[in-house]
Design a protein around this ligand. Structure first.
Ligand code: IMP
Length: 423
């Protein structure tokens, strides 16, 4: 099993890379998160954002699995499938996607509670995607949630109604103005019926058997390392395990079976939502990169915060994931800048820190930037590593030396063909 995951705060371009390499695999299995993800893929000159569907969906012959570590919102999922169908009616989604019976359900009240907590000043506002992700995972950990497999049990409707009524009444007691419970239930049960068109599987058995039969498999991570619930910049993180280890627990695969671990990083950093961001750029340059790189949330439309490439954060992400190959995206966005910066280390209370670690607060961290000569050439049509501008080659060698892993792929634009395999 190979793994693809994000090394920064998400939106690194994992979807495009997975879409590209999925041709080498029999199975693509998503291991964490839910509709909070926004994996953008360009096809036929149009762009689509996948949320819960694995990014192998466009590759004929690939079986896509919604893994146990995910949380699935039937209402959102139905919309996503219908949207995909109108984007490309040739894809037989039901045939090529199966869903783990142990994946947890996201309920409409989870979403309402997420919004309530974001908007109520007595809670810490995380800047979530408001999809109810944290609520679903919280209820999973509390052992109060229902799973996809429960849909098949005869008392499913009663159990769901009980939970929805209870949580709805709790929200009402907080003075929330809510859509009617009848409408929420109607939409939810309608979407559950739709979900039944998909095969619910014992994902662990299916995946392990497939590997034993010699099939190849790619584990797809959503969000990214610095948003990991344990090792990210807590509390401004998502609620799942986004790391390589999460691929094993989220899919039920032994770590012994892991092969390549592809870490995807942008040539600069972005972040949506709140939380520490040591290399954030606050001046016009940040705005220029935002516009050039179209850095607006694919899921929420929010403008993304922009920062320089952060080596202490990347070293940390490479270390805790055991990344074997780096996939660098959006280097084309930096074309045309006279010089580009990389943060080589932080200064915190007069100490030099070269690998990010857990608990520090924004004010304490001084990023130390190294400026490098930029490249003028528009690289978006380059398809050969040897012809890349010298300054970009220097930049890549610098990263390889610092991170001690090869840059294996360089993405040069949003299009499917705009990627260079480096050798
Ligand atoms: P949640 O996952 O919706 O609970 O949001 C928690 C944090 O993770 C927020 O800062 C979100 O902006 C961030 N987040 C969640 N999913 C993504 C993603 O796919 N890309 C970037 N940030 C994300």
């Amino acid at each position: 099993m190979d793994i693809v995951l994000g090394l920064q705060w998400g939106d690194e371009g994992k979807g495009k890379f997975i879409d590209l390499i999925s041709q080498n695999y029999d199975i693509v299995a998503r291991f964490n998160g839910g509709a909070n993800a926004g994996h953008s893929i360009e096809r036929y000159g149009k762009r689509i954002t996948l949320k819960s569907l694995p990014s192998g969906i466009f590759m004929k012959g690939v079986q896509n699995v919604i893994g146990t570590g995910m949380v699935l919102d039937p209402v959102n999922f139905k919309k996503e499938v219908l949207n995909l169908r109108s984007f490309d009616e040739t894809i037989q989604v039901e045939k090529h996607v199966s869903i783990s019976k142990k994946a947890h359900l996201v309920l409409p009240t989870h979403q309402l509670m997420d919004v309530f907590m974001e908007e109520n000043s007595s809670y810490t506002a995380i800047g979530t995607t408001r999809n109810g992700i944290g609520q679903a995972y919280a209820n999973k950990i509390l052992r109060q949630n229902l799973r996809v497999g429960d849909i098949l049990s005869p008392d499913f409707t009663d159990r769901i109604i009980h939970i929805l009524e209870r949580d709805y009444n709790q929200l009402l007691s907080y003075g929330q103005i809510l859509p009617s419970l009848e409408k929420l239930c109607e939409d939810f049960f309608d979407a559950v019926e739709f979900l039944k068109r998909f095969e619910f599987i014992e994902a662990e058995i299916f995946l392990n058997n497939s590997l034993s039969e010699g099939k190849t498999m790619l584990a797809e991570g959503a969000q990214a390392t610095l948003l990991d619930i344990d090792h990210g910049t807590y509390p401004y993180v998502t609620s799942s395990t986004t790391l390589a280890a999460g691929a094993c627990s989220g899919l039920g695969i032994s770590p012994k079976k892991v092969g390549e671990i592809y870490g995807v990083a942008k040539a600069y950093c972005t972040r949506v939502g709140n939380g520490i961001f040591p290399t954030e750029i606050f001046n016009d340059l940040g705005e220029e990169i935002r516009q050039k790189g179209n850095e607006f949330g694919s899921n929420t439309g929010r403008p993304r915060r922009i920062g320089w490439l952060d080596l202490p954060a990347l070293k940390y992400a490479v270390m805790i994931n055991g990344v074997t190959q780096l996939v660098l995206t959006k280097a084309d966005v930096l074309s045309g800048f006279e010089s580009v910066a990389v943060c080589t280390h932080y200064e915190i209370q007069n100490q030099q820190i070269s690998v990010m670690h857990g608990l520090f607060i924004d004010d304490e961290v001084q990023p130390v930037l190294q400026w490098m000569k930029g490249w003028d050439e528009d690289i978006s049509n380059y398809d050969d590593a040897s012809s890349l501008p010298e300054q970009l080659k220097n930049y890549l060698s610098f990263l390889e030396k610092e991170l001690k892993i090869p840059v294996s792929y360089l993405s040069t634009g949003p299009g499917r063909e705009q990627i260079i395999k480096m050798d």
